[in-house]
Ligand binder design. Structure first.
Ligand code: PMV
Length: 353
């Protein structure tokens, strides 16, 4: 296991290449056991487990020109889908400040980034997770050029560590198919600092679909940052943490033994507990919409009638993720399009190992 100090970087200016151009991409992820509440600098209050998606990703190109002397802040320009975005610039400035000690070489360059998502921005898919993971991958590619002797294990852990400093859930978007982030007493090698790969998936989970039903597009009324902060004084904080820690173990057991029923039960309980935390925060708030509940109820009815192992989860938003074995793809599609009349209002993605 690596410690924070292991990620501090020392170098000579002469080691840095004159120019650096690269393209990095990273997928989004969907949490099974949710990260909700932080401590310190982007450290999780509880362990989380996620599936890494395949098609929904951020693709970013970076071009860096070496400066004659380092600047005191990172110099950069950033275009998202061809346009400047002041909100992103603020987030990036914070990110660069946080990673300065671990990637000090970034201040020796003038950077230009161009980024796009393969999914609609603010569609409720965690674009900050894929966005910061893609950035972390590119920065670490430069580091790999300077230190080619670094081990692949170190490289992956530090990429996740850097991504985490942009957005917590981004720590889990650097690899797959299943990632665990946050120290767990019963799971070796887990760390609050970065996520680790878990790949003991049973055959039943080798290909899993995620249909993301877009209930609401656009910016959420209450950000995840605010939601995490409200967990500090939450009346159910301690209970939430202990339940999450137990569910991590149950989830891994279900994934390892191929138990869709147990997996689905935890998936749905977690989604509703995440939203229950929001509803019982002080101040309280709601991110689900009437349509969200309608879809959940229809899904429960459909599952009862058909016995198809299709389950839902939610992120910090109104959209519904339907998670099911790939073999049921056509049936679920038919149900969405003919019964729920959702037509094209969903994104089809998958998890594959
Ligand atoms: O990474 P953040 O700070 O946007 O937090 C995301 C938290 C959830 O998406 C709600 C849950 C999770 O574990 O991804």
């Amino acid at each position: 296991m690596f410690k924070t100090e292991d990620f501090i970087f020392h170098f000579n200016k002469e080691e840095l290449p004159e120019q650096f151009t690269t393209t990095g991409e990273a997928p989004s992820n969907i949490a099974i056991v949710k990260y909700w509440g932080k401590k310190g600098l982007q450290l999780p209050m509880n362990t989380s487990v996620s599936f890494t998606l395949t098609k929904s990703k951020t693709i970013t190109t970076a071009h860096a020109e070496k400066l004659s002397k380092p600047h005191d802040k990172v110099l950069f320009s950033f275009l998202f889908e061809g346009k400047e975005n002041p909100a992103f610039n603020k987030k990036l400035k914070d990110f660069f400040r946080r990673i300065e000690a671990y990637a000090p070489y970034i201040k020796h360059y003038k950077w230009h980034f161009e980024s796009r998502n393969t999914f609609p921005h603010s569609s409720g898919i965690a674009s900050s997770a894929s966005g910061f993971a893609a950035l972390a991958k590119m920065i670490m590619e430069l580091e790999q050029k300077i230190r080619p002797e670094n081990s692949p294990e170190f490289h992956l852990a530090k990429t996740s560590f850097i991504a985490r400093l942009g957005s917590g859930s981004a720590a889990r978007s650097v690899a797959g198919p299943v990632m665990i982030w946050g120290k767990h007493n019963k799971i070796k090698e887990t760390s609050d600092n970065y996520a680790i790969v878990w790949d003991n998936l049973h055959e039943n989970f080798k290909k899993v679909f995620d249909f993301i039903i877009l209930v609401e597009e656009g910016v959420k009324q209450v950000s995840s940052t605010t939601g995490h902060a409200l967990m500090q004084q939450h009346p159910f904080k301690e209970k939430r943490i202990s339940i999450a820690q137990q569910r991590v173990i149950q989830t891994l057991n279900a994934l390892e033994t191929g138990d869709w029923e147990l997996f689905g039960k935890i998936l749905e309980e977690e989604a509703l507990m995440l939203h229950a935390m929001m509803m019982t925060s002080n101040p309280c708030y709601l991110l689900m919409k009437p349509e969200t509940l309608k879809i959940i109820q229809s899904l429960w009815d459909y599952r009862k009638q058909t016995s198809i192992p299709v389950y839902f989860t939610l992120d910090a938003g109104a959209n519904v993720h339907l998670i099911f074995p790939a073999s049921y793809n056509n049936q679920i599609k038919d149900w969405l399009e003919s019964d729920l009349k959702l037509d094209k209002n969903y994104i089809s993605d998958y998890i594959s190992s």
